[in-house]
Ligand binder design. Structure first.
Ligand SMILES: *Cc1c(COP(=O)(O)O)cnc(C)c1O
Length: 430
């Protein structure tokens, strides 16, 4: 289980990571600023790799969780592959040095241009989500004289009991193919000469907080794989178990990575009936990145009201969308321990954007001492933070810093106004 305080703790009265006080970074690079700990990315990856050593899975990081090139590089150097959902993500993965054989291309709506570009590289697989996509992929591959390696994404109709926006494995969701569709494809596999059916994939949702949905989905997946192997001329080579294991943002108690591994091993490990039959792939995103980063922001104003105060900070929903999009919880702490320890009062933490949903916390008990010029960290912001950011309100997207063992590097510069308007050319119609 990854917790916000594992790598971001007070040391000599200042919130720090890997020996670097965060306020130093906030002053040097300005705010809002994303700060990541290298070790915090690697620890959960290594725990997964070690917990599953007996089946040596290919762990593909879900690039959409955090797409910074330096982050991708550090994960691929540790043996990770990449799970992508767009051509842009594929280019990032390759630029970061990922061997193409460790790349899987997921997503419900791959365009011709994306498919054609991906066909140029020998990626591990296209995770196909509809019969129409399979036909199109086959056609495009054939034109190029290629055979595309394919995993069919199975929607196992399992309830992951998570936020509806991040639930993906239910019948009513847009994702994947159902059992009937997959069996029909397997029966007519020769109608798709441009593809080779190599595997099945699932991904039932995100921020999943119990093992039972995984257990149920893995069971349905293996049943289907066995059924398909009887229909296909060549048996399947791999099963891709997706991502989705939750992390602690506040009070959640997600399963530990070790216990998640035990569930995987129950189905695919040495003692399972399927041991050695299929290569196993995983696609964790949040599990690796969520608690590897924080968003630093400066308090602009304290605004006093009868029942509570507002802290207006210099970060906003464009920098970190999750609270506005999902109503999700992020811990918020002062960078100075002396401020954090002061008396607490009911507080809303809000950004400057002109939307009432631009709110990082409401009715939260926070230090009454926080005032203009003080810094706070919005915790657990390493996944779906910077990667979901926008320049709404013509705000420049934040800079990003990576810390490792007392050393830090700027890994993305702060966006500038010029960056933003560069593509808006001419004078319109006037
Ligand atoms: C988003 C996504 C993931 C990663 O999900 P997490 O909850 O971040 O682990 C994995 N696989 C696919 C296909 C995805 O779309």
């Amino acid at each position: 289980m990854s917790k916000p305080q594992d790598y971001f703790r007070y040391s000599q009265k200042e919130l720090s990571t890997e020996g670097v006080p965060l306020e130093k970074l906030a002053r040097e690079f300005g705010t809002p600023l994303y700060v990541y700990s290298r070790e915090a990315f690697l620890r959960p990856l290594r725990t997964l790799q070690q917990g599953l050593e007996e089946i040596r899975p290919l762990v593909c990081f879900a690039v959409k969780a955090n797409s910074n090139l330096s982050v991708l590089r550090l994960l691929q150097e540790e043996g990770a592959g990449m799970d992508l959902v767009s051509l842009g993500e594929m280019k990032r993965a390759i630029l970061a040095g990922t061997p193409v054989g460790r790349i899987v291309f997921s997503g419900v709506g791959k365009s011709d241009a994306e498919i054609e570009e991906a066909l140029k590289h020998s990626i591990h697989s296209f995770n196909v989500e509809s019969t129409a996509e399979l036909a199109r992929l086959s056609e495009l591959a054939q034109k190029k004289g290629k055979v595309a390696p394919v995993a069919l994404r199975f929607n196992p109709d399992v309830n992951p009991k998570t936020h509806p926006y991040i639930s993906t494995g239910l019948k009513r969701n847009k994702f994947g193919l159902n059992r009937k569709e997959i069996v029909a494809i397997a029966r007519s596999a020769n109608e798709y000469p441009g593809v080779s059916l190599r595997g099945l994939s699932i991904h039932i949702g995100s921020q999943i907080l119990s093992l039972s949905p995984f257990d149920e989905a893995f069971r349905k997946l293996t049943d289907l794989a066995i059924e398909l192997d009887e229909l296909l001329s060549e048996p399947l080579e791999f099963l891709d178990l997706g991502g989705g294991l939750g992390i602690t943002y506040g009070r959640e108690k997600p399963p530990t990575i070790e216990n998640y591994c035990k569930t995987v091993l129950k189905h695919f490990g040495r003692k399972s009936r399927l041991y050695g039959r299929y290569r196993i792939l995983l696609e964790p995103g949040r599990t690796l990145a969520g608690n590897a980063g924080v968003l630093l922001t400066r308090v602009l104003y304290r605004k006093k009201r009868d029942k509570k105060d507002f802290l207006v900070v210099d970060a906003a929903m464009n920098d970190l969308l999750r609270p506005s999009l999902y109503g999700s919880h992020h811990g918020i702490v002062a960078l100075q321990e002396r401020i954090e320890k002061a008396k607490r009062i009911r507080t809303d933490v809000v950004g400057p954007v002109c939307e009432s949903s631009d709110c990082f916390a409401s009715d939260r008990l926070l230090s009454s001492k926080l005032d203009s010029g003080d810094y706070v960290a919005i915790l657990s912001a390493g996944a779906y933070g910077m990667s979901m950011s926008s320049s709404y309100n013509t705000r420049n997207r934040p800079a990003e810093v990576l810390v490792s063992k007392g050393v830090y590097r700027l890994i993305r510069k702060r966006e500038t106004f010029e960056d933003q308007v560069r593509l808006e050319i001419g004078k319109g119609l006037s």
